[in-house]
Design a protein around this ligand. Structure first.
Ligand SMILES: Cc1cc(N2CCCCCC2)n2ncc(-c3ccc(F)cc3)c2n1
Length: 254
């Protein structure tokens, strides 16, 4: 059960006791899928066993997001900081996209899911790029859930790249310094075509954003759970949405 249960809420025997209001489903949910290594360690398994179990949870949660009519699901699969991990682990992780898509692309197509990615795609290994690019093309005409995978993604890098692009635009007189506003920065982010996340979930009890969507999550509702990503499930997903629906969203107003 999540660590941050809202005390005034009626105690539910099961999450199914709560009706989710259909009209207030968060359009964009972003998830930091944390706790895979700890999941494996708790079971005396190698870390890659946690990543593999975590990949199965991705498949489950994509289905659940579709079931509750979420429009965009952004998943933090590999950060720019993850290159510091042991080579063996990186090599394993860089094969997961191919493995996921080899078994699950037909189902993504069947479920009308459109695959997208954010991050420095070109720096990924050729086999990873090939598998993902192929799946992006094969799902590009789908108009259902957008499954947006953050691969080699880092928010600070994303923002510095955007600032450099804006500086070049000013140098080339595309616009003046006074015309630089929030939308100018938005337009240069990987997520320029997506609405900001309404709800950001992080598993495994860590209470940090870890360089994920730092600009985009400025007004996102944050929801944390002690559960490790491989143990994340539909009940927790529904609990996060129900908590989101209970909160007043003010966007800085009163
Ligand atoms: C690098 C990496 C790691 C990865 N993990 C499993 C989930 C837990 C977090 C880390 C490990 N998963 N899970 C799915 C993908 C994926 C990537 C691209 C794509 F088009 C479709 C699926 C993935 N990619």
């Amino acid at each position: 059960m999540s660590k941050f249960k809202l005390p005034f809420l009626r105690k539910a025997t099961t999450l199914n006791d709560y009706e989710l209001s259909k009209e207030n489903i968060p359009e964009h949910i972003a998830i930091i899928m944390d706790g895979n290594g700890r999941w494996a360690k708790k079971r005396g398994l190698p870390r890659f066993a946690g990543h593999r179990e975590g990949m199965d949870t991705v498949k489950k949660i994509v289905k659940v997001a579709n079931k509750y009519d979420v429009k965009i699901l952004t998943l933090y699969a590999f950060s720019t900081e993850n290159w510091k991990r042991p080579k063996k682990e990186i090599d394993y992780l860089m094969k997961l996209p191919m493995e996921f898509l080899h078994t699950y692309l037909p189902e993504l197509i069947e479920e009308n899911v459109r695959l997208e990615t954010i991050g420095e795609f070109e720096a990924l290994p050729p086999h990873t790029k090939q598998a993902v690019q192929d799946a992006i093309e094969k799902t590009s005409r789908n108009d259902g859930l957008i499954l947006n995978i953050a691969l080699n993604y880092g928010s600070r890098y994303e923002m510095t790249q955007a600032i450099q692009a804006i500086c070049k635009d000013v140098e080339s007189k595309k616009y003046t310094i006074d015309e630089i506003d929030e939308s100018a920065l938005n337009q240069h982010l990987y997520t320029h075509h997506l609405k900001d996340p309404d709800l950001l979930i992080r598993t495994s009890g860590e209470l940090r954003l870890s360089n994920f969507l730092l600009w985009q999550a400025a007004y996102s509702e944050l929801w944390f759970t002690e559960e490790l990503w491989p143990d994340f499930n539909e009940d927790l997903f529904v609990e996060a949405i129900r908590d989101y629906q209970q909160r007043k969203r003010r966007f800085g107003g009163i």
